[in-house]
Design a protein around this ligand. Structure first.
Ligand code: CA
Length: 225
């Protein structure tokens, strides 16, 4: 499924038509708000084609938001912007998009860029399980066990633990954890992170000590030496 965010209806329809006749499933959105409500409904496109000039939130802001959230940070994004100064400026910003298209572009050009990015970013086979010491997370069942015993976690606790298990040893600051798990719009304090780490450690029982405090910095997953 390819998502196209483009406010000009005629261009959007043309893109969707070209995509569908090339064998892709495609859905169009006229602004960031519509895109984010589709994303928060749990749908996960394989690529987003994102126009820069949009009413409300612009494409740059949308990309930042996508990249800041765990659920959407890996979705490949192709940014489209008007040829000339706007395009040069966007390239210069190095926003971390997977590719850039200069408008106006031909539909065949668009399709070949999309195919190239999809080939390049083809997700590696995702693991079904994450395991660390006596901790096991079954991603398909959404279940966590400690030494074989099932543990009930809240959604945030689960996401926190998943982030640690996916990146063992990596140090996360409280701000990074807030951004990654709660999102940049969350008007909370870093204390929220400490509270959740605290309950997570308690629930993980003997494995709670895997989540180590890095004094003055944050947390990381590590076996106690
Ligand atoms: Ca536009």
């Amino acid at each position: 499924m390819i998502y196209c965010v483009e406010d000009e209806g005629s261009i959007r329809e043309l893109m969707l038509y070209a995509l569908r006749t090339s064998g892709f499933e495609a859905e169009g959105f006229s602004d960031g708000q519509a895109l984010f409500s589709a994303l928060s409904a749990g749908k996960q496109p394989s690529l987003i084609l994102l126009d820069i000039m949009l009413p409300g939130m612009d494409g740059i802001e949308i990309l930042k938001r996508l990249r800041s959230k765990h659920a959407t940070q890996d979705i490949p994004v192709i940014m489209a912007s008007a040829r000339g100064t706007e395009y040069d400026k966007v390239l210069g910003l190095d926003l971390g998009a997977d590719d850039y298209l200069a408008k106006p572009f031909g539909m065949m050009e668009m399709i070949s860029h999309i195919r190239a990015v999809l080939r390049r970013t083809q997700p590696k086979a995702k693991p079904e399980h994450l395991q660390f010491g006596q901790l096991n997370m079954d991603l398909s069942q959404h279940q966590v066990t400690v030494s074989g015993q099932s543990v009930q976690l809240t959604r945030k606790e689960y996401e926190l633990l998943r982030l640690f298990l996916e990146n063992p040893g990596r140090v996360y600051t409280r701000d990074q954890l807030l951004e990654s798990i709660w999102g940049i719009d969350f008007a909370g304090e870093t204390r929220t992170v400490d509270v959740h780490i605290g309950t997570l450690r308690t629930k993980l029982d003997a494995c709670g000590e895997y989540i180590r405090t890095v004094r003055g910095v944050g947390y990381r997953l590590e076996v106690k030496a």
